[in-house]
Ligand binder design. Structure first.
Ligand SMILES: Cc1cc2nc3c(=O)[nH]c(=O)nc-3n(C[C@H](O)[C@H](O)[C@H](O)COP(=O)(O)O)c2cc1C
Length: 215
């Protein structure tokens, strides 16, 4: 197999963005709802998002600044220390996409994209009413990176999970992924739906005893 070796130092930041986001795929989408200190609700998607660990239950989201300063979502997260991550499914795709527009701070994307909301339980912001899963989160840390443009890596603790009854497994607090139509983000404006999942049992490695033999 022949490969190209690409030195990222020779690429512009735009080229690096297109390269990495075409290869780190599919990325889950955190559709983040926030409320700022003036009480304006905000909704925007972020796919530099992932679960970090479960004990404690931490997630991370990288929110880059705009040319003229922090994005509304990040500003609100810093102001209030709270936010909600809503799961994006196929029927949300258009509204999710619309909510990614750079609307002014006083405009709520809930109104622009006509997304209905319900209050969160433990934090004072709203969440997407028909999202079949949502995480209420509290800010733990912000790590700042970036050369020309600032990147704010938000680390947060999930303090409450909402799940629609029709995606909860009958005998376990777990989601039935086959019942979900989660949207993942690919590169260059492309998206993918979760295909038929397949399972593999965990790998069993025989334990070594002190004599070096296996049991
Ligand atoms: C699917 C999708 C994923 C995105 N992921 C990110 C991301 O991980 N980080 C980021 O800074 N912007 C990301 N964006 C762009 C933001 O959604 C966009 O800048 C938005 O205007 C931010 O809104 P706000 O200013 O209301 O926070 C993404 C956009 C889309 C459509």
């Amino acid at each position: 197999m022949q490969h190209q070796a690409i030195d990222l130092n020779n690429l512009s930041s735009k080229e690096v963005y297109f390269l990495l986001t075409s290869l780190v795929v599919p990325r889950p989408i955190a559709w983040i709802s926030t409320v700022d200190k003036n009480g304006v609700s905000n909704l925007a998607p972020f796919s530099y998002f992932n679960g970090m660990c479960s004990d404690p239950p931490l997630v991370s989201v990288a929110i880059g600044d705009n040319r003229d300063g922090p994005k509304d979502s990040f500003r609100a997260i810093e102001e209030t220390g709270i936010f909600c991550i809503n799961l994006v499914e196929a029927h949300h795709a258009e509204a999710m996409h619309e909510s990614s527009g750079a609307f002014p701070p006083e405009v709520s994307e809930f109104d622009v994209a006509q997304v209905s909301s319900v209050p969160c339980d433990t934090i004072s912001c709203i969440r997407v009413a028909d999202a079949r899963a949502a995480f209420e989160c509290r800010l733990v840390d912000v790590h700042r990176y970036g050369n020309k443009k600032k990147i704010n890596l938000v680390v947060a603790e999930v303090i409450r999970v909402h799940m629609a009854n029709d995606i909860v497994m009958p005998d376990q607090k777990m989601a039935n992924q086959e019942a979900m139509q989660v949207v993942g983000r690919l590169g260059d404006g492309a998206y993918a739906l979760l295909q038929t999942p397949f399972r593999m049992p965990s790998v069993k490695v025989p334990r070594r005893n002190p004599e070096g033999t296996t049991s």
